[in-house]
Design a protein around this ligand. Structure first.
Ligand code: SF4
Length: 519
């Protein structure tokens, strides 16, 4: 039986909790046959040191057995189970179906993420779904908890039975630049206001950045359970993280040098890596995080050895470890000034240079003529209640009733002009106003309408082929001192009903998500 009745209770018990990551495999596991993964899962869930086991969903964009398969095998055991649910391979209907299955099997703890872009696939690279993103997935799960209103056979609305998901979101703070990090933080707030109840951090090796997430949440009066993410390093993994082979995972030059030094030793650095992980756990405990989440291991004994080590440190040792484990990159941006005493962020002092730049944002290559023009045009014509909007609305209402020649012609003009200006893909449910006139279909590989995924590196997209759309949007909005309003409000859901219809018409006639925002 589980220790605390629910994971929610465990995280609010005040007792520091340890979690373990389990990654499934590509291939099937015959029933009643021994399986290393199931054995690992059993050993972890049966051990009193482990409060929860978290099962990944095709991590790194690689094909694996689904997390819900292992979840249902471990569900009745001692520890709690968190199932990772990502948006890369399943559209919203498949995600909802999976959620109903999880609820039916009593697997109520879900970590909702966008997920890494697919890396492989049968017969060629899989195309990513990204029908939803982490914010809209969280909002959908929350709506299921509230009782999903659905049309009945006779068109009446019935409310489906309420689920009781305990929903987690994730944040990826190991970003080099302000234009990458601030949208991550704003998206974190959006996840919470749309239903996330506890937060996983991305794995990293800079305790000041982990602490900064805590400070950021407190500065917005959010005090929800925070999970610190520790990944056991070795020379190979450190190399991959240093080369940015795994989205969002960062090893700096300084840490890589240390890794190579210890890995050259007789134990290939094992003692150093295990101690580093244990020290990170001790810092999370010292900082008052709800739990520490361990990954990167295939043997249950390794998890236990690190936890035992962490539990043996002195009550205040974590303070020294927090200063010691700050493997950031040169010139990395921090939102809070450094507290010289603790070596961590100073809750009372935001980054002074950042504050100055908010008053004098200066120029940016992102603030193009096209962007300035789009802003003017939008405020004159596409802003509800303006004379321009009311005029265009009357026009489109007339065209909408007509034979369609004029509306088709207008749609043609719209398509060509928006293709040239924004690389528009004619989705019909336009998000240009949401993303500083950058098209999520044309400029983002994951169609992220609710903020950045966690994969950007050095301002570049996870797919390394362009600047990250949200880093660009941040730069644009900062020029107009509008970053504070970034990513506010309910989750944006794309409506595929509108595909290849006129985005202009749908805006003026209140058929797209922008109209829902106004209601
Ligand atoms: S453009 Fe940015 S948000 Fe979009 S996929 Fe790339 S890194 Fe993610």
């Amino acid at each position: 039986m589980n220790t605390a009745a629910t994971l929610r209770e465990a995280f609010s018990s005040g007792r520091f909790c340890y979690g373990a990551e389990v990654v499934t495999t590509r291939g099937f596991v015959p029933a009643n046959q021994p399986s290393k993964i199931v054995e690992l899962g059993n050993a972890l869930t049966d051990d009193p040191r482990i409060t929860w086991v978290s099962i990944t969903d095709n991590p790194g964009g690689n094909v694996m057995l689904t997390p819900e398969w292992l979840g249902q095998l471990l569900a009745k055991r001692r520890a709690h189970i968190v199932v990772h649910l990502t948006c890369k391979d399943r559209n919203r209907n498949a995600l909802e179906s999976t959620a109903w299955r999880l609820a039916s099997e009593g697997l109520n703890n879900i970590l909702a993420m966008t997920g890494d872009h697919p890396k492989a696939g049968f017969g060629g690279l899989a195309s990513g779904s990204f029908d939803l993103d982490s914010v809209s997935l969280i909002a959908m799960l929350k709506a299921m908890n509230d009782g999903l209103p659905v049309p009945g056979r006779k068109g009446e609305i019935t409310t489906l039975p309420k689920t009781s998901f305990y929903i987690a979101g994730a944040v990826s703070p190991f970003k080099q630049h302000e234009r990458e990090l601030m949208p991550q933080y704003f998206k974190l707030l959006r996840k919470i206001t749309n239903g996330a109840e506890f937060i996983y951090t991305q794995l990293g090796y800079d305790m000041r950045k982990f602490h900064e997430v805590q400070l950021f949440l407190r500065s917005h009066n959010f005090n929800l359970p925070l999970i610190g993410n520790v990944y056991l390093l070795n020379k190979t993994v450190a190399g991959m993280f240093h080369r940015n082979d795994v989205p969002g995972c960062v090893v700096s030059d300084k840490l890589l040098a240390l890794v190579e030094k210890y890995a050259a030793g007789p134990d290939k650095g094992r003692a150093f890596f295990f101690e580093l992980a244990a020290k990170q756990l001790a810092v999370f405990k010292g900082l008052g995080f709800a739990g520490g989440y361990l990954g990167g291991m295939a043997k249950a004994e390794s998890f236990f050895e690190i936890i035992n080590m962490a539990e043996k440190f002195g009550a205040n040792d974590w303070k020294e470890f927090a200063k010691e484990i700050q493997f950031c990159r040169d010139g990395e941006f921090y939102l809070f000034e450094r507290d010289e005493q603790t070596g961590l962020g100073d809750m009372n002092q935001l980054n002074r240079e950042f504050l100055r730049s908010l008053d004098n944002p200066g120029d940016s290559k992102e603030v193009t003529f096209n962007y300035r023009l789009s802003r003017c045009f939008h405020s004159a014509v596409f802003t509800p209640g303006t004379p321009g909007f009311n005029f265009m609305k009357r026009i489109y209402e007339r065209w909408d009733k007509g034979p369609g020649v004029l509306s088709r012609t207008a749609h043609g003009v719209e398509k060509v002009s928006k293709l040239i200006m924004f690389d528009c893909r004619d989705c019909g449910d336009c998000s240009l106003p949401d993303i500083a006139y950058l098209c999520p279909h044309g400029s983002c590989s994951k169609n992220q309408r609710n903020g950045p995924c966690g994969g950007s590196y050095d301002g570049r997209c996870e797919l390394k082929d362009k600047e990250c759309i949200w880093a660009r949007a941040y730069e644009r909005l900062k020029h107009y001192k509008q970053t504070k309003d970034m990513l506010q409000g309910p989750a944006v859901f794309y409506d595929a009903n509108l595909k290849n219809s006129s985005g202009w018409a749908n805006t003026f006639l209140g058929r797209d998500h922008n109209a829902k925002k106004e209601k």
